[in-house]
Design a protein around this ligand. Structure first.
Ligand code: KIV
Ligand code: ZN
Length: 395
């Protein structure tokens, strides 16, 4: 186990999350989400990209002027006008940050930026120096870092640090990395850059479904900040999911040896709010915040959970603010859960009647996709079971 340290959570739901095709939040909606993120204690809220549109500028400004607690960041390309706009937008924040970025991979430099590596280094020098002349707190990101040459990347990061960037971010922009490789890459970049005072950050996309695993591998390799989004929203397949990163670190602190400052009991509520406002539903099987995350259907599992929840639950639902564990009755369910549900519904049946009702219930499960409590009640009240011993206790 490594030494216990705190990993900062940089939430970019309002910037990279909103970049997901089909999401468009207005200023007031962004503010409402930012207020909840602050209540949950995230360390940094990236509120938007002020130069992207007048609406984004206004949203970042409103959040910077209103939300207290977290650092409020505005994204900026390395262009002067972007940096000026970000500085203006975050001016009202107790703690404002300019987050400036430029790509460092050969493919991005050649085809997108049409710049040489030397020009990119010079651009970073000018951008970070200018940003630092406007605010104290500057973060620099090397876009597509995971597909960049390590010694060039280290040179770029050294330049950014020497010009005053306090946070250096290593994005896996296209979700190309795999955990063991990315962990080793992050460790090498940190060592090669050799600037002990800075905070190292990672920003992983989910194109191969590995954004959370890559982020956690980076924490093990020395990253002190993880960039992520509520429900994993973001460009293409999204970003690392905040709730999974936070609960991964918390549930396996024996392995990672670190903590975040988040009030995890707010995760469920924030996830539901973001889902409602973006119109992006949370899949039932989504880790941590899906409606099935604490639901058990198989008989063996239900029996285990009834004996001791920890047999099949590695997190307590109340720790993430979930409504609680659910034993879902279905064709895979066993007698223990069936009896418990029947008793919860107020029926007191003999062992023989339970067996009879359960057989009937399984037949019903084969016919109907969803068997509701009402179906169950009707079934128990049906003629076969409406014998004198089927006594209703609670209506
Ligand atoms: O994915 C990415 O590289 C980004 C940067 C702007 C940090 O979103
Ligand atoms: Zn991104």
């Amino acid at each position: 186990m490594t030494e216990n340290h705190r990993v900062r959570i940089f939430d970019t739901t309002l910037r990279d999350g909103e970049q997901a095709a089909g999401i468009n939040l207005n200023r007031e909606e962004k503010l409402r989400i930012a207020l909840q993120l602050a209540k949950m204690n995230v360390d940094v809220i990236e509120a938007g990209f002020p130069a992207a549109s007048p609406g984004d500028f206004e949203a970042v400004k409103l959040i910077a002027d209103t939300v207290k607690g977290p650092v409020i960041a505005g994204l900026a390309r390395t262009r002067k006008e972007d940096i000026r706009s970000a500085a203006e937008a975050v001016r009202g924040a107790g703690r404002g940050r300019i987050h400036t970025f430029i790509a460092t991979s050969p493919i991005h430099m050649e085809f997108k930026l049409k710049m040489t590596p030397e020009q990119v280094v010079e651009e970073v020098r000018q951008a970070v120096t200018y940003a630092r002349s406007l605010v104290e707190d500057v973060e620099f990101s090397a876009e597509d870092a995971s597909r960049s040459d390590v010694s060039f990347l280290a040179e770029v990061f050294r330049t950014a640090a020497d010009c005053g960037a306090g946070t250096l971010n290593i994005p896996d922009t296209v979700g190309y990395a795999v955990p063991e490789e990315f962990g080793a890459f992050v460790r090498t970049v940190i060592e090669a850059t050799d600037r002990p005072g800075v905070t190292w950050s990672v920003h992983c996309h989910n194109d191969l479904g590995m954004a959370v695993a890559n982020s956690l591998a980076a924490v093990r390799a020395g990253a002190g900040q993880v960039e992520c989004t509520v429900n994993g929203l973001g460009e293409r397949a999204g970003n690392a999911s905040l709730e999974e990163v936070v609960m991964g670190l918390r549930t396996r602190r024996d392995s990672y040896g670190c903590e975040t400052s988040l009030d995890t009991t707010k995760l469920w509520g924030v996830s539901s709010m973001v889902s409602r406002m973006t119109g992006f539903p949370v899949p039932p099987n989504k880790a941590v915040v899906g409606s099935n995350a604490f639901a058990h259907e198989a008989g063996i599992h239900q029996h285990g959970v009834l004996c001791n929840r920890a047999t099949y639950e590695i997190m307590n639902p109340e720790d993430v603010g979930a409504p609680g564990s659910r034993l879902v009755l279905g064709k895979h369910s066993g007698k223990h859960a069936f009896r418990q549900r029947v008793e919860e519904m107020g029926f007191s049946l003999s062992e023989e009647k339970i067996t009879e009702a359960m057989a009937l219930f399984k037949t019903l499960c084969d016919r109907k996709e969803i068997v509701t409590s009402e179906d169950l009640e009707a079934m128990i009240n049906s003629e076969i079971l409406a014998a004198a011993e089927s006594r209703r206790i609670v209506l």
